[in-house]
Ligand binder design. Structure first.
Ligand code: SAH
Length: 305
């Protein structure tokens, strides 16, 4: 706005304002000259002119301030719209990358690949609002991203793959262990009736809860704590997604799984590759287990209590 960057329309409005002041307000010629000299900087002009202002002067000052605010809002809106358009393009490109990746690796998902429901959820979820940088060019690349405290948000394809393997339906109640940024929980929230998610690191739990609240995901509850014991009051669960690696399947999670439900989890040692594993509960005391792909996740940590 300042520094000679007024638009043509605003320049002429400003000229009218000066003439108005000269003819109606009875300012000294000197004051008008000073105003004119400072035309390129309306704020300076305003400040100086307040020394001699009357009731009409007050009104014009208010008008000028209002115009300044409106033009700043308009500029901010335009910048946001441009950014939004860029994010929409990058998110759509991310979905196409995931789709192509799923097709080229049919051994992982079989011929049916990823469902349109899962791809739609990936296309609707604003991943850039869950990462510290809030940058679309970073958020929508098919890569994991650090989220602080030594943790990472998984690569989008892995998020889509785990979601697909969990086979979430619209009436399902889902548990996630390892909220991290809240992004995977948001994807699940698009597909399920209710999502409960547990995070062991307090600032991450807080930030994720805020991001989910700000984006109006009102079917997600975030709890701070060790997810090894699950969340019995929220279950039983149709699906459980664990996003941190552990060498064994936590018995409480199997316990809280409904018959017909699925647990998707990286099983294996920390700081190396693990098997992305799908456990299906086929009877109250019986499960089947299959390893789907090699993955690398951050470790599942246990609380000291
Ligand atoms: N799903 C997350 C990324 C997960 S990273 C996302 O979409 O962003 C793994 C997360 O699991 C980390 O935030 C880590 O702190 C958390 N975690 C590790 N052990 C845990 C435990 N025992 N209970 C709950 N969360 C745990």
């Amino acid at each position: 706005m300042c520094g000679g960057q007024l638009t043509g329309q605003m320049q002429s409005w400003y000229q009218d304002l000066l003439e108005d002041r000269l003819t109606h307000c009875g300012h000294s010629l000197d004051a008008v000259f000073r105003l004119t000299a400072d035309r390129s900087n309306p704020l300076v002009a305003l400040k100086r002119s307040t020394q001699n202002r009357g009731p009409i002067g007050d009104r014009t000052i208010m008008k000028t301030l209002l115009l300044l605010v409106l033009s700043m809002v308009a500029a901010a809106r335009e910048a946001t719209a441009q950014e939004d358009a860029q994010c929409v393009r990058e998110r759509a490109a991310m979905v196409e990358t995931i789709r192509a990746y799923a097709r080229s690796d049919a051994s992982v998902l079989g011929q049916q690949g990823l469902s349109e429901r899962v791809l739609e959820a990936m296309g609707q979820t604003k991943r850039h609002l869950f990462i510290p940088e809030r940058s679309c060019s970073i958020a929508y690349a098919d890569r994991p991203i650090p989220i602080g405290h030594g943790q990472t948000i998984s690569q989008p394809f892995i998020v889509a793959l785990m979601t697909q393997l969990a086979e979430v339906a619209s009436d399902h109640v889902v548990l996630e262990v390892g909220t991290g940024s809240g992004y995977q929980a948001a994807i699940l929230a698009h597909l399920a009736r209710k999502v409960c998610t547990i995070e062991i690191i307090p600032p991450l739990a807080e930030a994720a809860a805020k991001a989910l609240r700000d984006l109006a995901y009102d079917n997600v509850s975030v709890r701070l704590g060790d997810g090894y014991g699950g969340w019995p009051e929220c279950g039983p669960f149709d699906a459980i997604v664990v996003t941190a690696a552990l060498g064994e399947l936590p018995p409480p999670l199997i316990e809280q799984l409904k018959v017909g439900g699925r647990l998707v989890m990286p099983v294996g040692p920390a700081y190396t590759t693990q098997n992305l594993t799908v456990v299906e509960k086929i009877d109250p005391g019986k499960t089947t287990t299959r390893a789907v792909a090699l993955v690398r996740f951050v470790p599942f940590t246990r609380s000291q209590n």
